[in-house]
Design a protein around this ligand. Structure first.
Ligand SMILES: C[S@@+](CC[C@H](N)C(=O)[O-])C[C@H]1O[C@@H](n2cnc3c(N)ncnc32)[C@H](O)[C@@H]1O
Length: 266
């Protein structure tokens, strides 16, 4: 079985997905006792570490095939008080002051937790490293490109997926009934085949009057990393030219309404 550890584990959303995919959770770590308590209740068979990962000697952690890491992301989101502070820096472009100045102080914690991923990878040489964050980190954190290069220097190939959870699913795995824009970075060690991470959500095509597998497309001139569902259209079926938008699941389909007084409508 493929083993993994989860750094910055939360309540266990990532571990739930990976275990449902057949992976075995070995260790989950977080510095927040309530998160560890919750995670341990959800995954009693795994080891749990309640510690500040910034100050953890990675050699103390068990080696696994895969690392999943969710560095903190509140600094890169409107929820973290950063609405509107967007650099116009293009993907891969070096920081240039003329393109706008990014405030640095706000990214101290993000930087520290991203660096933990490199520290762990250098010690454990995982086969695959999966990193989850908000899309904004790619253009708001000025060291993002440099950090990616660090992973590549450790002999990993990088794949980027930027999508909303409402568009991610598959057989036996319904998409989330919510808009949740996320950036997923998949680093595969040299010599290991890269997974197919194409995002093909089903969408109604009005031209062929059928559900089609939509493909992600990007407006010319925009960054490859783009995840806001109300922004420039990231998903269309270019084969038909019909530009269908995948139908998200109704959020009212998730709660158990049986004991509520009002009825839910989709
Ligand atoms: C975005 S949540 C991760 C959610 C998780 N991916 C899931 O599916 O449930 C990030 C977590 O990192 C934890 N965290 C932040 N800084 C940390 C640090 N220095 N050491 C350990 N945990 C940290 C926070 O307590 C928070 O629960």
């Amino acid at each position: 079985m493929v083993t993994f550890k989860s750094l910055f584990c939360g309540a266990g959303g990532d571990a739930q997905g990976l275990t449902e995919a057949g992976f075995e959770l070995v260790l989950a770590a977080n510095h927040w006792p309530r998160a560890i308590e919750t995670h341990a209740a959800n995954f009693p068979a795994a080891e749990h570490l309640c510690a500040d990962i910034n100050n953890t000697d990675m050699r103390r952690l068990p080696t696994t095939d895969v690392l999943w890491a969710s560095p903190i992301c509140t600094e890169g989101t409107p929820a973290g008080g950063n609405a509107g502070k967007r650099s116009t820096r293009m993907d891969g472009q070096l920081p240039i002051e003329a393109f706008g100045h990014i405030e640095q102080a706000g990214f101290e914690r993000t930087r520290a937790t991203f660096h933990d991923v490199i520290r762990a990878t250098e010690i454990h040489g995982y086969k695959v490293v999966l990193v989850e964050n908000v899309p904004d980190v790619a253009w708001r954190w000025e060291l993002f490109d440099w950090w990616c290069q660090g992973m590549i220097r450790l002999r990993y190939r990088m794949q980027i997926v930027c999508a909303t959870s409402a568009h991610l699913g598959g057989d036996g795995n319904e998409p989330a009934a919510q808009w949740r824009d996320r950036l997923y970075l998949c680093f595969t060690r040299d010599g290991i085949p890269e997974p197919d991470l194409t995002v093909n959500p089903p969408a109604w095509c009005h031209k062929c009057e059928a559900d089609v597998d939509a493909v992600q497309t990007w407006k010319p001139g925009t960054m490859r990393i783009l995840g806001h569902p109300t922004g420039p259209n990231p998903v269309s079926a270019s084969a038909t030219g019909a530009n269908p938008w995948p139908t998200p699941r109704c959020s009212a389909s998730r709660p158990d309404w049986r004991n509520s007084r009002s009825s839910a409508r989709c």
